[in-house]
Design a protein around this ligand. Sequence first.
Ligand code: NAP
Length: 512
Amino acid sequence: MSISSNNPLREELLSRQVAKPCSMVIFGATGDLTHRKLIPALYNLAADNDLPPGLKVTGFARREKNDLSWRNELEESNRKNSRSGHDPETWKNFAASISYHQGDLNDTEAYHDLAKHLDSIDDASTTQHNRLFYLSTAPEFFPVVLENLKAAGLNQSRNGGWSRVIIEKPLGSDLSTAQELNRVLSNTFNEDDTYRIDHYLGKETAQNIMILRFANAIFEPLWRSRFIEQVQITCAEDLGMEGGRGGYYDTAGATRDMVQNHLMQLLCLIAMEPPTDLSADSVRDEKVKVLRSLRRMGPDEVKRNVVRAQYTSGEINGQPLPGYLQEERITENSRTESYVAMRVFIDNWRWEGTPFYIRMGKRLPKKATEISLHLKRPPNVLFQKLPSIDGSNVLTMRIQPDEGVSVRMLSKLPGNDLKIEPVKMDFHYLSSFGKGSPEAYERLLLDAMAGDATLFARRDEVENAWLFIDAIQNAWHDNDNPPAMAEYPAGSWGPVEADQLLGERGHKWREI
Ligand SMILES: NC(=O)c1ccc[n+]([C@@H]2O[C@H](COP(=O)([O-])OP(=O)(O)OC[C@H]3O[C@@H](n4cnc5c(N)ncnc54)[C@H](OP(=O)(O)O)[C@@H]3O)[C@@H](O)[C@H]2O)c1
């Protein structure tokens, strides 16, 4: 798939801003995200010569370490987690830019020391007083880190440099906590310097949605309720609560953990109007309009349109698995959903009447995230005497794994008889471009260094998404008349109630 050289979209895509040299500070330097995602992403950018020259990385955490011991620890985890393998020479060059700064997030003095450390880096290298702070800590620390950065003057740009912050999910647990976090953020950093990361937006196929929609005449005219019968967004995980996930998950659940952020972002990309240009605010303006057009649900609508469920014991690949309530660190009689399916409507001109089905579940048979658009059928006058088959055209975008796009259509079966079969046109990133996609964090870190916030969530996106989700959560927490909690065996595709939700309109979940 290529975009013609005189296409204005191409010009904009190619004119991406360039990542600038800077000091990147990772708060939570000894944590899981740093080891599994952030450092491998930086290493791979270094291996591809994509890092800005002169980048310096400083880790901040409580544990006693020095530059060398932290580098050694990171090298070990990079060997396991780097997507392109580990080359000792490339690592050695990259690791020379890494230092460790021990400190407690609650200790204001530690930030003054950090400021001195960063000043000394600026004096000795080419970081040009540019600073990028990555908050890879538990969310309860976000406010204290932000306030301490401000107290040490680290939120201010100085000597012509810039100061930016990247903040991880969860961005609040409901609208009011998200607003409170945004209030602290806006007291510390300008919105333009605030990068709320949603790693789904860094995935190639998520970025490809706009290209697919707006650069292809074959799809663009069909992308509306007149031609689209229904849209499905599925995020399936085979994992359950192993590895200590239980504690946090039980306070969040599938809807807060995945739907409010990642799946709402995918919904926006699928449903939004074409932006006036590809600038961060033009794209985000259109996404916010989608969120504002979501039909809000009262308690009765939640009962009719949303199914929540917990897995019971079952098996995946022959391995027996406990039910959600038997998992470690899950509270007794927990009412947290490990699965949610919902029917959502976007009340705007383009999508009037088209149901968007969203589902997310733990302990489903496999890990897969995909979006499918199911087109309306043409009039069935010519082939009505043939055995009936499911004849709808389906456009599927696979977000992970095996990123790609496929189109299902009907074709004549070769031979003398008139027989019709569905066939699939399939595009895989790996086979079409000869290489896999970069990890989402690679693209996003580079964008933050370049000052391009297009693939990051803006304040009003986060708050509008919470407004929609809060209505569902409120209905679930109605003590007098809460909606039922359905069940599904671990290793199945979810509860029958979710199949019935689609069955009401003659629809079925796409088989993945
Ligand atoms: N892990 C993932 O895959 C993932 C995915 C998406 C989002 N996230 C988000 O990313 C953030 C980090 O997650 P994580 O899994 O990496 O967490 P984690 O493994 O628990 O790491 C937490 C980090 O915070 C540091 N820390 C804790 N208390 C501290 C204190 N008082 N002073 C200084 N440092 C302190 C810890 O280091 P010391 O103990 O050495 O101080 C550690 O480096 C969270 O917001 C999480 O929700 C994580």
